[in-house]
Design a binder for this molecule. Structure first.
Ligand SMILES: Nc1ncnc2c1ncn2[C@@H]1O[C@H](COP(=O)(O)OP(=O)(O)O)[C@@H](O)[C@H]1O
Ligand SMILES: [Mg+2]
Length: 265
């Protein structure tokens, strides 16, 4: 079963590599404009097409045939992809684990649409996520009088569950990997297949606690009240969905979010 799934995924990667021809020259034009140094994106943040950066990657808008896409350069600071061993002895680079995660969540609402990849260049082309990151919402007054609808919260739970069922690990440590759009709801970037050498096994409960952490901004931030309401709503929906026996909410309430947020500054 697992072997079969992996061969289907490898086939998907082959055709995504073929698609890359369509994007290659736009990516090269963009790359030529970026002075790649080890400053973690600081000097490139002001590039007009800059979308975001994390521990390992930088993401920009590219235009191809009149449409806009997100172009992610992986391992931009190390110029190399770390290697990790899986339970079956397979060795994954961190980039391969990311690419396989994208394939595994392909055509799933709430996750990225994956259009093309270059394994050699470690570049992936996806759609641009709608809305703003949770980190941006924390500093925005726009959500203050807005109640996140229950169907958005429900869908978000479903996607977290689905990713876990498919052995896909979401990086929920940071509020800039989750997007929220008032029309379409939540969506996620930054996920990889589970590689034991790289990840600690995680229960659904642990994943939820981690997720709730990112939603509670510092108490003095504009959107604090809104997200507190959101967490209360999550508690209600979660309890009716999974039963009350898992008491994660006590733990969530105890979180010292101020300290946590300090880690992201
Ligand atoms: N498809 C996308 N559309 C819009 N922004 C994105 C997209 N992909 C990534 N980003 C932004 O770029 C940041 C870095 O990308 P990410 O894949 O998380 O890199 P890393 O693995 O280094 O953390 C994300 O936190 C997000 O804010
Ligand atoms: Mg990230």
């Amino acid at each position: 079963m697992l072997k079969k799934q992996i061969s289907v995924e490898l086939f998907a990667v082959e055709s995504l590599q073929e698609n890359y021809d369509l994007f290659a020259s736009a990516v090269e034009t963009l790359r030529a404009q970026l002075q790649v140094s080890n400053d973690r994106g600081e000097s490139r943040k002001h590039h007009p097409d800059f979308l975001g950066y994390g521990q390992s990657a930088e993401v920009y808008v590219i235009n191809v045939n009149g449409r806009q896409y997100a172009c992610r350069f992986a391992d931009i600071y190390t110029h190399d992809s770390n290697m990790y061993k899986s339970f079956d002895g397979k060795v994954w680079t961190s980039f391969e684990a990311h690419v396989t995660g994208l394939v595994r969540m392909q055509n799933t609402p709430g996750f990225m649409q994956f259009y093309a990849v270059s394994l050699a260049e470690r570049v992936t082309i996806t759609n641009i996520m709608l809305g703003q990151t949770i980190k941006d919402w924390h500093n925005s007054a726009e959500l203050l009088n807005f109640e996140i609808p229950d169907e958005h919260i429900n869908a978000f739970f479903e996607w977290l569950e689905l990713a876990q069922q498919r052995n896909v690990v979401l990086d929920m440590q940071k509020p800039d990997n989750t997007f929220y759009d008032r029309e379409t709801g939540f969506s996620l970037v930054d996920y990889t297949v589970y590689v034991p050498d790289l990840h600690r096994p995680e229960t659904f409960e642990q994943l939820l606690i981690k997720t709730c952490k990112i939603f509670l901004p510092a108490e003095d931030s504009v959107a604090y009240a809104c997200f507190e309401k959101f967490i209360k709503r999550c508690e209600f929906i979660y309890t009716s969905r999974y039963g009350a026996e898992l008491n994660i909410w006590e733990q969530v309430r105890k979180l010292r979010q101020k300290d946590l947020m300090a880690m992201f500054d």
